[in-house]
Ligand binder design. Structure first.
Ligand code: PGA
Length: 254
């Protein structure tokens, strides 16, 4: 069975209610491939989740950009997985490199977060990726394997997880990984799944690419065997996000 193409739009810490209205109306008016071909999820900041969820066409799902590592309680400023589930938010992005770097989230902490979110019925877009220094030192696979292992150590099923490979040097820089660079790491991660988890998990788990994906580079990236979709930052705020979603058609013809 094939892996359904997956496109996530990570809005990060951007937008006003007016901006959100505009983005939602562009998405609602866009001509999208059918849901048999592509699964689309957008991730607004927490404060806009309800607005987006109620105004957006039903084929597009929403994701939170983070959630707390365990059950809610006396954790000022945090949002719990239970709250997201209660709001009917199906997805959450965890382990984004901006949170790993700026908020010191460790591999183990991300693993705990993924496990807790799954236990509450959420689906998870789990992010991994190497820095430029790590790539130049030749440790890319080691780094992403360790990040993936820290998640694998805490969960018993990968059914509700999409793994996003996002090289840190490509995020928000306009410096996209070449299709060959992306394919190499995606294939390496799939092999890791096969060796460390199971052939079934390797075959079924979607591995998506993130880092400066745009309307102009998405089709070539989508053409790579092990690239099952995208996590899009900057371009997900613009009308070209529709073109990126349409890159799913590349797989249909493959
Ligand atoms: P970018 O961000 O598309 O703006 O590079 C990707 C991401 O951080 O998910």
């Amino acid at each position: 069975m094939g892996r359904k193409f997956f496109v996530g739009g990570n809005w990060k810490c951007n937008g006003t209610t007016e901006d959100v209205k505009k983005i939602v109306s562009t998405l609602n008016a866009g001509e999208l491939p059918s849901t048999d071909i592509v699964e689309v999820v957008v991730s607004p900041p927490f404060v806009f989740l309800s607005q987006v969820k109620s105004e957006l066409r039903p084929e597009i799902q929403v994701a939170a950009q983070n959630c707390w590592v365990k059950k809610g309680g006396a954790f000022t400023g945090e949002v719990s997985a239970e709250m997201l589930a209660n709001l009917g938010v199906p997805w959450v992005i965890l382990g984004h490199s901006e949170r790993r770097a700026l908020l010191n989230e460790t591999n183990e902490f991300v693993g705990d977060k993924v496990a807790y979110a799954l236990s509450q019925g959420l689906k998870v877009i789990a992010c991994v990726g190497e820095t430029l220094e790590q790539r130049e030192a030749g440790t890319t696979m080691e780094v992403v394997a360790a990040q993936t292992k820290a998640i694998a150590d805490k969960i018993s099923s990968w059914d509700n997880v999409v793994l996003a490979y996002e090289p840190v040097w490509a995020i928000g820089t306009g410096k996209v990984a070449s299709p060959a660079q992306a394919q190499e790491v995606h294939a390496g991660l799939r092999k890791w799944f096969e060796e460390k988890i199971s052939a079934e998990v390797a075959a079924k788990t979607r591995i998506i690419y993130g880092g400066s994906v745009s309307g102009s580079n998405c089709r070539e990236l989508a053409g790579q065997t092990d690239v099952d979709g995208f996590l899009v930052g900057g371009a997900s705020l613009k009308p070209e996000f529709i073109d990126i979603i349409k890159a799913a058609e590349v797989k249909k013809c493959a």
